[in-house]
Design a protein around this ligand. Structure first.
Ligand code: NAD
Length: 257
């Protein structure tokens, strides 16, 4: 085993973008704490095995990120198991395609609860740990193209992602003096299981969504989880020290900042 580059904690790491980030950061030399909800425990363990197969330590932490108490416990559990925290990737998120008129209070609370509250608490408890350690760190969130440009039938989701951009900017200002950078990735469409929900909301046959979305990108295709993981690898590196407060578009030329 080579010397560890530090410890990274990734939420929502059992599948999709989070899983690719966990494997990418393990390949870069980080020991990895992987989080997801109880229903995903078996998948999370399989992702942890992938991390371990790269010669790194892997530790699973089950928690619901919408609960402040559970996020606090998740961070201390990861620190206890792996010896510190250098990179926090607040990746967990839920989506919903529903018109504003059909969106209920419960829908709004669920989307904002996981995406916005979850990211907020991950930033908070990761920063508290990193400040106590005194060696800086990297905090990374999951924004979206819909965090920069609203889209029909995505009002609750879009609101959560605009909010993530806001807290990323505020946290960057508050934590910069401690050597902690705070950034987010803002993907366009990335082919992951999250699309199953979106496609179901559209009512079309499988594949309809990918076909439609590919047309909207300058490059003519949609992204894969490994594309986002490559950006996160750079944001997690020492070399990214001058980038902070940014929500970086990675969408094949869909929207321009
Ligand atoms: P996904 O649905 O494939 O995976 C999300 C993971 O988060 C799942 O494993 C899920 O169990 C977990 N999760 C959900 N609620 C949780 C909770 N309360 N606590 C802990 N974990 C929880 O999604 P994905 O496509 O991999 O997306 C990852 C992130 O990237 C999300 O924040 C998403 O909004 C964002 N994003 C995705 C796309 C895309 O097209 N896939 C585009 C832009 C942004």
């Amino acid at each position: 085993m080579t010397v560890s580059k530090g410890v990274a904690l990734i939420t929502g790491a059992s599948q999709g973008i989070g899983r690719a980030i966990a494997i990418g950061l393990a390949t870069d030399g980080f020991d990895i704490a992987l989080n997801d909800i109880p229903a995903r425990e078996a998948m999370l363990k399989r992702a942890a095995e992938e991390v371990a197969s790269r010669g790194r330590r892997a530790h699973c932490v089950i928690a619901d990120v919408s609960s402040e108490k559970q996020v606090e416990t998740m961070v201390s559990d990861a620190v206890h198991a792996l010896g510190g925290l250098d990179v926090m990737v607040a990746n967990a998120g839920v989506s919903m395609m529903r018109s504003l008129l059909d969106t209920t209070g419960e829908d709004l609370d669920r989307i904002l609860g996981v995406n916005l509250r979850g990211t907020f608490f991950c930033y908070k408890y990761a920063a508290m740990q990193m400040i106590a350690q005194g060696r800086g760190g990297r905090i990374i969130g999951a924004c979206s193209g819909t965090g920069k440009q609203g889209q029909a039938s995505l009002s609750a989701y879009s609101a959560s992602k605009f909010g993530i951009r806001a807290i990323t900017q505020c946290a960057a200002l508050e934590f910069g003096g401690y050597g902690i950078t705070v950034n987010a990735y803002a993907p366009g469409p990335v082919k992951t299981p999250m699309w199953d929900d979106l496609e179901a909301g559209m009512g079309g046959p499988p594949g309809t969504l990918e076909e439609q979305l590919a047309k909207g990108a300058a490059v003519g295709y949609v992204g894969l989880p490994a594309d986002i993981a490559a950006l996160v690898s750079f944001l997690a590196s020492k070399e990214s020290h001058l980038i902070t407060g940014q929500s970086i578009s990675i969408d094949g030329g869909r929207f321009f900042d």
